[in-house]
Design a binder for this molecule. Structure first.
Ligand code: PEP
Ligand code: MG
Length: 606
């Protein structure tokens, strides 16, 4: 739940680097411990992997730089042009033959790569280097690639900044065509043979390469670059293969065949560990796998505590397709559909019909179970394309409901789409980042206006919907009573509530050691909100990361929480904790600590 990486093996990580602020290792840190190397990255898909390194070739690291004869410039330009054309064709073939189980993002990602390659500037500028400086094609292309990467990396807009990774990847693809090499892995031809499983080690993995690797069985993916939403993470998640990204130097420090241990939860990677450490991790892996099997058996059991308190477990999703994952995990509903993901990564806004299709598909999949759809939470770290923020402090700026109320047309389009989805089941409209009652009133007015517009059009919708708000601004939690009266339900967004209570930017690694979900002030706000909801007779959920962290489940039960919403993958871990808890004991213990504003010792909870 803390955004800072946390290693599971204290004995290893405490020695792994000079202590930084707060003493935790950061992504990209590494350090030798005897003959073993310990690296810290960002774990993006849970699970343990033990196997041999299979290094992914990086043509950009191996490219020849030499000068050509002036008379050969035309031929060299032509060689480059043909290589780009070949790379474009290869991408098109991949798009045309996408396997049915490929992640939904894959097609558009490949399309972006094809468009980047077809940008005439790439070829023309590289050709200038060939003609004017007599660079060979590979050198000219990497030089132009570097310029583009730097330009994109310094852009304000986060989406455009992220495109620098795509540029690196398409350059890599053309370099591979120029070198005539088709193999992705430097030294290993067959991956499915006998022996230790293979762990792919790469600087970065493009979506096209991930597709090629998807066919074979790898134990894990490790990359220097990337974050939780990188292509590696997306595809590895769909394959359910452990992955650690943001390792910084793994591609250069690890050699083919090195023995590796990867922990996809903590992000720790060990290179050539001793037999004792290896055995310790084999044991962890066995335990993890048997726990997963045990947990699977809980899917259809009720989430009831030992003293008979029934708890509702729902799922957080970001894309409509994930609703099925929620059902498969046994979720009783969708507690948070982050609708902004329909708006991001594109240059236009989704139409009412497009949004209606997305919302109604989730409502249909959930077959009568409640579906909580959050209205657009854009701003701060999530921007619409082409809308670079100019606010000095975007997290405190025109974000979420503030943004929607400032753009009435955009808001009413979304509300109409949401209302139309009510025909298929129970829709709960969730308004983010509320701090004032007048914002609640304005949201209700916008909903009523959207109803009238649908009436005027003769469009079908029902009144079977409820309206709630995210509690993520301390002011709302402190003065919660009128909100309880005005709304049908509340959902506590602990990610932002912690950020705003402690004045810690949740995306700033420099202060991440101060991001503290267990701070008594945060817990008092949560407790106050739950108690007010109980008194006012409306349900209160937690849908921030804390809800899915099984280490704090008993503490949240002790605060009186009865509704949790989390990533589907976390649901069974949390259910297991609930089924072993006794809420009476927990409530007494937690209340005593909170009254004294003391930190709660999780290990001391009954
Ligand atoms: C939260 O703030 O806790 C939350 C669930 O919303 P988001 O992480 O999307 O801001
Ligand atoms: Mg939030």
């Amino acid at each position: 739940m803390n955004t800072a990486p946390r290693a599971t093996d204290e004995t290893v990580t405490n020695q792994s680097r000079p202590a930084n602020q707060g003493g935790r290792p950061g992504y990209g840190d590494y350090c030798p411990i005897g003959s073993m190397l310990c690296m810290q990255g960002q774990g993006v898909v849970k699970g343990y992997a033990i196997g041999r390194a299979a290094i992914m070739s990086a043509a950009s690291l191996e490219v020849d730089h030499y000068r050509i004869q002036e008379a050969d410039a035309d031929a060299e330009c032509q060689r480059l042009e043909q290589a780009i054309e070949q790379a474009v064709q290869d991408l098109q073939t991949l798009v045309d033959t996408l396997p049915a189980d490929a992640p939904r993002e894959m097609g558009p990602l490949l399309e972006v790569h094809r468009l980047l390659l077809q940008d005439p500037l790439l070829y023309q500028q590289a050709c200038c280097f060939i003609r004017e400086r007599q660079y060979n094609a590979e050198w000219a292309l990497t030089t132009q690639g570097q310029i583009l990467v730097e330009q994109f990396s310094s852009m304000e807009d986060e989406y455009l900044r992220e495109r620098s990774a795509d540029i690196r990847q398409v350059i890599e693809r053309v370099l591979r065509v120029l070198s005539g090499s088709t193999s992705l892995l430097t030294n290993i031809d067959t991956v499915d043979g006998p022996g230790d499983p293979l762990i792919v080690v790469a600087r970065d993995i493009s979506p096209a390469d991930m597709l090629r690797l998807k066919g074979a069985r790898f134990a894990a993916f490790l990359t220097d670059l990337g974050g939780p939403t990188s292509h590696t993470a997306i595809v590895a998640r769909s394959m359910n293969v452990p992955a650690v990204v943001g390792l910084g130097h793994v591609r250069s420090l690890v050699r083919d065949g090195d023995m590796l241990v990867a922990d996809g939860s903590s992000g720790v990677v060990l290179v050539n560990p001793s037999p004792q450490v290896l055995e310790e991790y084999r044991e962890r892996q066995r335990r993890y796998l048997s726990e997963r099997q045990e947990l699977a058996a809980l899917r259809d059991t009720p989430a009831i505590t030992l003293d008979g308190v029934s708890v509702k477990l729902e799922a957080n999703i970001e894309l409509p397709e994930e609703a099925q994952m929620a059902l498969d995990a046994g979720a009783e509903g969708i507690g948070l559909f982050r609708s902004e993901f329909l708006f991001m990564g594109r240059t236009d806004l989704p139409t009412e019909d497009e949004q209606f299709l997305a919302y109604s598909s989730v409502v249909k999949t959930m077959a009568g179970r409640p579906v909580t759809i959050r209205t657009l939470d854009i701003g701060a770290d999530k921007n619409l394309d082409g809308e670079a923020t100019v606010a000095t402090n975007p997290a405190l700026g025109l974000r979420a409901i503030r943004y929607c109320l400032a753009k009435p047309e955009l808001f009413s389009t979304q509300l109409r789409a949401l209302l139309r989805a009510t025909v298929f089941g129970h829709v709960r409209i969730l308004i983010p980042m509320i701090s004032h009652m007048h914002e609640v009133r304005a949201a209700y007015q916008a909903i009523e206006a959207a109803c009238r517009e649908l009436d005027a059009r003769g469009e079908a919708y029902t009144r079977n919907f409820s309206v709630g708000a995210m509690v993520e601004i301390p002011a709302m939690a402190i003065a919660i009573e009128p909100f309880v009266e005005a709304l049908d339900f509340l959902s506590i967004g602990t990610n932002d509530l912690i950020q705003y209570t402690l004045a810690i930017d949740r995306g700033d690694a420099d202060v991440s050691s101060l991001y503290d979900p267990m701070h008594p002030a945060v817990l008092r706000l949560i407790a106050h909100t739950i108690n007010a909801g109980e008194r006012g007779g409306i349900p209160v959920a937690v849908c921030g990361e804390m809800a899915g962290d099984s280490r704090v489940t008993r503490m949240l039960l002790g605060l009186g929480l009865k509704e949790f919403s989390m990533h589907p993958q976390q649901l069974l871990d949390v259910k297991k904790e609930i089924r072993q808890a006794h809420t009476n004991d927990l409530r007494v213990k937690v209340a005593t600590a909170l009254n004294r504003a003391e930190r709660i010792d999780l290990d001391a909870l009954p």
